[in-house]
Design a protein around this ligand. Sequence first.
Ligand SMILES: [Cu+2]
Length: 500
Amino acid sequence: MKFNRRSFLAGAGVIGAGAFTSYYADWTAADAAAERQPLRMPPLIDARKEGNAVALHVQAGTTEFFPGRASASLGYSGSYLGPSIRVYQGDDVEIAVTNTLNEDTTVHWHGLLIPAELDGGPHRIITAGNVWRPALPIRQPAATLFYHSHVHGRTGVQVYSGLAGLLLVTDEAERALALPSEYGVDDLPVVIQDRQFADGLMVVPQGMMTMMQGRRGNTILSNGTPNATARVPNRLVRLRLVNGSNARIYDLSFSDNRTFHWIASEGGLLDRPISVSSLTLAPGERAEVLVDFSNGQAVSLKTAPDTNMPMMTGPLAKARNFAKEILGGQGETVLQFDPVGGHGAPSKIPERLVERPRADPSKANTRRRFVLNMGMGGMGMGGMMGGGTDSGGGMVINGRPFDMNRIDEKVRLGDTEIWEVSGEMMSHPFHIHGVQFEVLSRNGGKPILRDAGTRDTVVIRAPVELLVHFNQPAEIAPFMYHCHILEHEDNGMMGQFRTI
Ligand SMILES: [Cu+2]
């Protein structure tokens, strides 16, 4: 992945060369320091062992992503990311969140089905020095959920700096399946994030290109570890893959092209495992998979090159394609696995997982349409390039940027609706708070394999029909729906609804 600055400038032409070079200049920095590091494991907090009262401290600190190089970062009760919190279906769990930062924050429980006033969206600000104590009713099936900052306008920076962690819901049906579930041993959370490093230090990309594409970086971290290696037992291992990146979509596969088994979507376990050799994961999406390491061979989880860039014409398109050619390369290693103990006994994959009631499309009487747009068409290149550095180029849904004081949609509590969502310029991960949904169709045709199961986030471009069931109240506070490219969200690609 070497990158020649002069030839890149030539490709960029005249317009926008400055923006491109500042964005890409350090793109190759991290490769040089490719020393393997053991995969870091977020501490596990079992809520029941804490009497269902958990404390989280939002704090600033420093993290040595690379040995001896201390980067400024944020974390929950730690310097980067937060503990994995195991919660049990049927329990009420109080989480006391103390904000020790010098700025506002919020904690959104992404994927948790709870009333809107507990959801931790942009309205539920925790000001500096204050504590928020939501009592979260855990009523949904086992799933891997993702808590993170959602403070409007600063979500991108705060999550990038480290404000994210996992909430692991468990229930009896899951435990009865005897899936690998020894945390950190054969049940591994893997939070995948790309971050920009210069000289071994994490830097926060800024500027117009960053706002358009979303913050990306030259280094892939797994649980905050660059060049990570996981030692795993020589048997079946569960990976809870979480895309915690601000903007990048990963197309994951193993270096030996082995088959693995997708067992849970964002909403929880599928009805049966689906054998795959690759899996796409957009920001905010999660997938639990079973991987058989019984052949004892080292193997790497890899991603295909990053190709989700805004569609452009003219000199910017040339520069973009040029960047893709140079930077795309052969893809990258996300995480290496070193099985311990040589050859093991081959693993058995369960044939069935769980049966869950499904929403009935014939009950959906209301259809709403949402178009996620980047508003570049109307502005023209000159306007876009000449705008403020962080203007973001007019991120909107249905032509309107987010307004905290405007309720965009009102839904009847208990209803099932069809939401038809499409995105322009590039692929966008669309997330709806307080619901789970199923994909009914894609671009007028059948859903793809990856659309199986219930979910709260889905990557869209051509129109996708979602069957959404609304069973959480949003009277005191609204719920959000938005693009999960965090810079798009921060710059207005978000709306809000009430359920009444
Ligand atoms: Cu977007």
